[in-house]
Design a protein around this ligand. Structure first.
Ligand SMILES: [Zn+2]
Length: 133
């Protein structure tokens, strides 16, 4: 199976590497939201976060922490946003986590849901359901 994420994670294309070890490859996003926007990809083909092994999970989160430190040191942003889109919201067939330096008024938005189903009124019920899964 052809997977652009596998090719990127395993250096079949030239990327701007920030960090690499045996489990993950971290490189600059080709279309950065802000300077330093980095992607973290597991080297093994994994589509969803839930498919990561324990070791890969640690490697991805350790990389996110290390890259955040690098971005804070170099760019001194107002904050960092870490984002991972799953399912139909992923634009690759391969898990990737975004680490994005952020600045006040940079245009990044967290929009409100257009689904008005009163979820805020069912927090206890929802928590109880999730505790039992
Ligand atoms: Zn892949």
């Amino acid at each position: 199976m052809s997977c652009l994420g596998c090719d990127l994670a395993n250096a079949k294309f030239t990327v701007h590497t920030i960090y690499e070890d045996e489990l993950v490859h971290c490189f600059l996003d080709i279309n950065p939201f802000n300077e330093g926007h980095t992607l973290i990809l597991p080297k093994r083909h994994v589509k969803e976060l839930t498919e990561l092994t324990y070791e890969e999970t640690l490697a991805v989160m350790d990389a996110a922490k290390m890259i955040s430190k690098k971005l804070n040191t170099l760019f001194e942003p107002d904050g960092i946003t870490i984002n991972q889109n799953g399912g139909k919201f992923s634009d690759l067939t391969h898990l990737h986590m975004h680490v994005i330096p952020r600045y006040e008024n940079d245009g990044f938005t967290w929009s409100e849901s257009t689904i008005q189903d009163g979820a805020h009124k069912r927090l206890a019920e929802t928590a109880n359901k999730l505790l039992r899964v």
